[in-house]
Design a protein around this ligand. Sequence first.
Ligand code: GLA
Length: 630
Amino acid sequence: MKHTKKVAAALLSGVLALQGAPFLNPSAAEGDLYVTDFEDGNVEAFSKRGDEDTSVIASCTEDAHGGSTCMSITGRSQGWNGPSISLESLGCEPGVQYLASAWVKMKWYNTVRLSMQYTDEDGQPHYDNLASIQSDGKWVQIPETKFSFTKNMKDVSIYIEGSDDADMWLDDFSLTAAPVYKIQDDIPGLKDVYHDYFKIGGAVTAKELSPSSTQDLILKHYNSLTLGNELKPENLLDQTATLAYYEETGDNTVPMVKLNGAAKIILDFCRDHDIPVRGHVLVWHSQTPYWFFTDDFTPEGTLVDKDTMLKRMENYIKGVFEVLEAEYPDVDFYAWDVVNEAWEDGGQPRQKGKYEDNNGSSAWVAVFGDNSFIEPAFEYARKYAPKETKLYYNDYNEYMQGKQEAIIKMATSLKEKGLIDGIGLQSHLNVTNNGTTDPFPSVQMYEAALKKYAELGLDLQVTELDATYTATVANGEKLQAEYYSGIMDAIVKYKDSISAVVFWGTTDDQSWRKENFPLLFDEKYQAKPCFDSIIDGITYTTTASTSTTSKTTTSSTSSETTPSTGLRGDVNCDNSVDVSDAVLLARFVAEDKTAVITESGKENADANNKDGLTSDDVVTILRIIAKLEK
Ligand code: GLA
């Protein structure tokens, strides 16, 4: 009888998982925060945006999406006018993830956006787009969109806007707390697995860092963090203080630098948990305000000359290191990207111009005429960075021949002058490419690039690793696991030249490439097959023991998703997957000696394709039976 209890417990936990476990209920998740179909005619939770917003928000009984009533927003005079709902008034809290969705209809073709507005610690308003969708004069759904805000963001609201002033209708609005998923405790930490080779890191923004599970994930797997946006020029440069100093002194060579609240959220976390930081980035054509380059520090001004810009650059770089030293003396900024993305794929400098007018163009090139700003950037970084900080040139498509040659030439010269320590290989990779299953770059191409850069005798860091696949491709997750495995094998081959491997993000849903599943963990913080494939076979030591991770993916030539001997989940090998399979496996997992599974049955029983047979496989089989999974 003993096993019956255990089986029941395993099955029960399986059923609980089917209902949404493993997740905890967040404190703020009790009940829906605000869900309305507008049938009661109440539109009071929504308000207009800004004093000059002429829109009229009213209850409307014409052509509702569901039921007979919706909300109309008429008389809008700007695209950004639209109904807004204050998060504080609903009791939303910083650090909690929420989900919002709504049905929207525009009078004519329009882009409809769900956006967030907040005020920063300096009283400056900010607007973040959360989701966009097209309405062709018909009802469309803004899909469930996850968002959160941080403690430095005040007066936070979400609102719906359009691309022009067309009348708008809203129905079936929902704002709820998102489920909170726990990280897996029973898998090895990546930083432990790779401890003897290089650091393993991730990039994170302040908003992404809010949920405690993201913090747990970082603490378990990463021993290096990159601030996703917060140490970029647009966030470090303080225009108000710069203008004030200029007005007072007449000196137009001193851009002022400050750390904003978002940067401090991440840096506090790094300080409190002793996590080394990769600084990213000092000199870049993108995410750098144009006013930094103009005579009067306004976006309308004219570009300054080279000498003025050199002085600005020096003062800026000096300012960055000073503010970090003053506010975070205990954080180890072990690496800094001094210059990012200065070379085109063909090996030439970027086009001269204003980034805002044309994405690829560079105001640095506009001022200097060419890439001669790179060397002084390294000179100043060397002069003002802490002695232990290593300095990098960082770029993408570092395997493209023209760009590669340009980087190697530049790095060789900087190395001779003692100005550079390493090359950062962003490594935004593609498992599938233009609808084909040919990856770009191929593993061979990537490895060849590692070889070339390693020959420079400089340190290498993989700084922004992610690898996407298209949802429609067959076996995408498996192809991704194989590709990641090949890339990591190549990286390990060059481990003596590589000091850090940094993923650009944490979980898929938080990534800038979220539509294409680029990372090692899914939105429920669960390790994907690519996690297993990259730790596969590596011997590593923890304080307690020495372990070797086991093979979990099939060879790179196979293209099946199910075990080769049969049907996934068919534990008793009777050619069907039903509750008897789940029960047999549950008994086996509960160590019931009378539960016998053949070798083929065991292969089929490893339904989640992860290490060994566990109650998670029981859960997966139950999900297959319930048709929640194929
Ligand atoms: C580039 C930059 C990063 C980041 C990514 C996209 O690779 O170096 O800072 O902006 O693009 O998120």
